[in-house]
Design a protein around this ligand. Structure first.
Ligand code: IVH
Length: 698
């Protein structure tokens, strides 16, 4: 997940050059997290961490406004729309809100308004300034256009100026009126938040987990993920709701105050953010904040703060906007709920795909009304970055997220003999070796075929349609057989016949269903090599790669032996694999990790004995002169890359050799060729120039 460096304190005295670099770095971090949050609905840091990142940027930018990068995040409202949906321009921009984190920030907000309007307050607040306070819902802002009272277009905020057209999806939301009630202008845009209630979120995640799908991190991500479906029938299955809180463009004035607007929205048929309150002083705003804070956990939806808005629309107009937010409104955010406790241990969880996740085992502690005894530590990097050690006194946080997090650890309270955590090098479940993946902070168990934590997922893949395609052996039956102790590895599938009598005794099984299942399994005892390779579920080896490996190695013993040698770092075997088109280093590393694990090899060998593995037929013999010939390339080709040349030769039925031998038919010589030419000459092999070779392929 996040590898972000902690931001430097704002109090540091920056030199301009340093400040410029730091601003660029922070801006890049912000963009990265914006992309994860808005683009992929997969945040890597908590909202509080994100806010503090933005705060650090804003503070430094205030000191050096002239050094802000061109793509200044302060000037950008949201995240640019994704491809896939058509675009909708917002006639009135959809803005964001400034944040207040403390009572002082709220006092400043009110004072700023007075100053801007030129109202003398003599230390007292002007009685004419009234506010409406509403809960701030954690969802996705959305603009709904009504023409003649009918919903015509629904759009996301996007970057504030252009959003995505999500009309089809929004039509599936029950709390969005398709037709306004009562009187309405010819055209009006209603703005509000699409969100998911907490109960619906929990039910959705339960269903996703049961279906082996990744759960959403929080209701906001669930709402975003559900709304951004290109297929509206999926959106329809998710229980989304809508709160209205503002207007966009309108063909005629609607209301003179926010209070009147709320009434109007309600009579048109919208649901509003409740409980709202009218407030006339800062003290009243803060009292509302405290009250909602207390009621927060009892609300059926997640809120991350409250919003204060100047009630009078004429004043709103006068106050206008500054960069990305209105001057007349502010979001007062709740602090993340935190508590201190002791980290008893760090355990490692093995996910169904083999990813190892460190988990903090805590002395149980009450965090904002919920007892917390475990928190995620995300990954090995995070433990190092935050210097978290077993025995430490740590700060735990729940910030809208369902999964508690460790914010920091107090190094001052640490025992003298404490030591950094060493990440295990063996899987805690199956003891296979742990591999680190480049470009990805996760570590993974390499015992894919053997590890009980990955068993069910691997077996499900093994029998799936494009792999062994065993009908009647679905997810639930796999689970049943695993629980009965009949199924551990793929080989066991082909021994299920041994349990025929026991199976007939079980509820839900009849003579017919048992014999159908066993027949389906028997039918797959003969399997093409490519299907077998794909079925093993080696990370990175999809159907296309599996087919390619089968085409090249042709039969099982040859392929298996080559893979074993790749894992044993055999130079020739590695070069041969590397020479295949479209095979990259990541794939070689993955294959190598997989076959280096003795457990995996044992499972494959056991399985192979129970199967008849069909040889991959040679590519259809073409009548091309290159068909069946073995070609070796050497030196640099001018007109195309090496891989393209190889792919071309293979498509004509030729085989590619990596070294010169008596079986070589042609050596194609590019520029700066090495010793291969001499060897070819000595063996009397035909040497082709690049031009001659191209001519042959035509
Ligand atoms: S008023 C001109 N009221 O929070 C801005 N926004 O962080 C009009 N939000 O973009 C926004 N609850 O998506 C408003 N009661 C509420 C809200 C609310 C949630 C969202 C909205 C906004 C974001 C800012």
């Amino acid at each position: 997940m996040s590898k972000s460096k902690a931001h430097e304190p704002a109090t540091k005295n920056w030199l301009p050059l340093e400040a410029k670099a730091e601003l660029a770095r922070l801006a890049q971090e912000i963009r990265k997290h914006d992309a994860l949050y808005h683009g992929e609905d997969k945040p890597a840091i908590s909202d509080a961490e994100y806010d503090s990142l933005r705060g650090a940027y804003r503070d430094l930018r205030a000191q050096f406004p002239e050094l802000a990068p061109v793509d200044d995040p302060e000037k950008q409202v949201g995240y640019a729309p994704q491809a896939g949906f058509s675009k909708v321009g917002h006639q009135v921009p959809m803005l964001s809100l400034g944040n207040a984190f403390s009572p002082d920030d709220v006092t400043d907000f009110v004072a700023r308004i007075h100053r801007y309007l030129g109202w003398k307050t003599d230390g007292k607040e002007a009685a004419a300034l009234r506010f409406v306070a509403e809960p701030k819902i954690d969802g996705l802002s959305c603009s709904l256009r009504y023409e003649q009272g009918k919903l015509t277009v629904a759009a996301t905020r996007g970057d504030g100026v252009t959003g995505e057209n999500i009309t089809a999806n929004v039509r599936t939301i029950a709390t969005v009126p398709q037709q306004l009630h009562g009187n309405y202008p010819d055209m009006v845009e209603v703005r509000g938040e699409v969100y998911m209630a907490r109960a619906d979120f929990l039910a959705l995640n339960q269903a996703r987990q049961a279906a082996q799908e990744e759960p959403f991190a929080n209701p906001r991500n669930a709402a975003a993920g559900s709304l951004r479906q290109l297929d509206a029938t999926i959106t329809a299955q998710r229980k989304l709701r809508f709160f209205a809180y503002a207007l966009g463009a309108a063909s005629a004035p609607v209301a003179a105050t926010q209070t009147a607007l709320r009434q109007q929205l309600k009579s048109w048929g919208f649901t509003l953010n409740e409980p709202a309150a009218a407030c006339a002083t800062t003290a009243e705003l803060l009292a509302y904040f405290a009250r909602i804070g207390g009621e927060r956990s009892a609300l059926p939806f997640d809120i991350d703060g409250v919003v204060y808005k100047v009630d009078d629309c004429a004043l709103q107009e006068r106050l206008g906007f500054v960069s990305r937010a209105p001057r007349w409104a502010i979001a007062h955010k709740f602090a993340a709920e935190q508590a201190q406790t002791r980290l008893k241990a760090i355990t490692i969880q093995v996910g169904r795909t083999g990813v190892l996740t460190p988990v903090a085992e805590l002395e149980p502690v009450n965090v904002g009304g919920v007892m917390v005894s475990r928190a995620t530590l995300h990954n090995a990097d995070e433990i190092v970055r935050k210097d978290i050690r077993v025995g430490d006194s740590v700060t735990v946080q729940r910030a809208g997220d369902v999964i508690p997090q460790i914010v920091s650890s107090d190094a001052g309270k640490r025992a003298a003999d404490s030591a950094p955590f060493t990440f295990p090098t063996q899987c805690p479940v199956c003891h296979s070796h742990v591999v680190e993946q480049e470009d990805y902070a996760a570590r993974r168990c390499s015992g894919g075929l053997f590890c009980p934590a990955q068993q069910q997922e691997k077996l499900r893949h093994f029998v799936s349609r494009d792999a062994f395609n065993i009908e009647g052996l679905g997810e639930q039956r796999i689970e049943e057989f695993i629980q009965l102790g009949w199924l551990h590895s793929p080989a066991d599938i082909f021994r299920l016949g041994q349990h025929k009598d026991a199976l007939l005794q079980r509820e839900g099984w009849k003579e017919k269903s048992v014999s159908n299942l066993l027949a389906a399994i028997e039918a797959r005892r003969t399997i093409p090599l490519a299907k077998l390779i794909y079925a093993l579920g080696i990370p990175q080896v999809g159907e296309v790669t599996a087919k390619q490996l089968a085409m090249h190695y042709r039969n099982y013993p040859h392929w298996y032996d080559a893979m074993r040698r790749v894992a044993a770092n055999d130079e020739t075997a590695r070069t041969e694999l590397d020479d295949l088109p479209n095979i990259d280093q990541a794939l070689i590393a993955s294959v190598s990790d997989f076959f280096a694990e003795a457990h995996n090899r044992a499972v494959i060998e056991e399985l192979a004995q129970l199967l008849r593995i069909e040889e991959q037929a040679a590519p259809v013999a073409s009548d091309h002169p290159l068909a069946g010939k073995t070609i070796v390339f050497t030196g640099t080709l001018q007109s195309m890359g090496r891989n393209e040349a190889k792919a071309k030769a293979e498509s004509l039925g030729a085989k590619i050799g990596s070294g010169i031998s008596k079986n070589t038919d042609y050596l194609v010589m590019g520029e700066d060729a090495g010793s291969k030419a001499d060897k070819a000459k000595a063996l009397g092999i035909t040497i082709l120039s690049e031009a001659e070779w191209i001519k042959l392929t035509e």
